[in-house]
Design a protein around this ligand. Structure first.
Ligand SMILES: [Zn+2]
Length: 211
């Protein structure tokens, strides 16, 4: 079993837009393959930033790096929807096939780690592990009308304020059901740090907790 690593602090980004109470976690994919690469880009860009990055470093070790101290800081991760949202970046390439994602141990564990961090951040901002899909988001005018989590792609489809479709390509390369189950699981069991728990075991434990 691999335990979720403790977050490292590497504060400082260029694109900051003020402060607000966050209500939503938005999940992204970096389009790169290392956490160092993503951190360097997000720290230096004038038009892009995020609250934290999850992924393997150049030696293949999974890491979590926080780029700002407070989740209240408004960063530039989802144009038009930055206020009231926390940006979590998963290292990876959207075109990666689903079969690769599940066969690669590092990628599979990174998907779990990103779900783990999404759940942690939801706890921190006092929001439930509720997935906000496009149909839900369409009922509002801004992502912060809701509490829960979604993908960058959902904001693009619902609000049209950005063009990105990360993480992955939904229904083709991104294991949405798996990710959704794992967010619920890590949220329900905040002491659980095992990244090797699969969705079947997670679902079983969620069910028995409700019986
Ligand atoms: Zn994105």
């Amino acid at each position: 079993m691999l335990k979720a690593p403790k977050p490292e602090e590497n504060f400082g980004v260029n694109c900051v837009q003020g402060e607000a109470d966050p209500r939503v976690v938005i999940v992204h994919e970096t389009q790169g393959t290392t956490v160092e690469g993503a951190v360097n880009t997000l720290k230096t860009r004038s038009d892009g930033s995020a609250h934290e990055v999850c992924g393997p470093d150049s030696r293949g070790r999974l890491r979590v790096v926080k780029l700002v101290k407070s989740l209240r800081t408004i960063l530039c991760h989802t144009g038009g929807q930055n206020t009231g949202s926390v940006g979590v970046e998963k290292v990876g390439i959207s075109a990666w096939k689903r079969a690769f994602r599940l066969a690669s141990r590092t990628e599979r564990r990174n998907i779990s780690l990103t779900a783990f961090r999404t759940a942690r951040n939801l706890h921190k901002i006092g929001s439930p592990p509720r997935y906000l899909g496009v149909r839900t988001l369409n009922r509002g005018s801004h992502v912060s009308d809701f509490r829960g989590w979604c993908y960058h792609a959902d904001c693009t489809k619902a609000f049209g304020t950005t063009t990105h479709s990360d993480p992955g390509i939904k229904g083709i390369s991104w294991p949405h059901k798996r990710f959704k189950t794992l967010v619920r699981f890590y949220y329900q069991f905040p002491g659980e740090r095992d990244l090797d728990i699969g969705p079947r075991k997670a679902r079983r434990r969620l069910r028995s907790a409700h019986e």
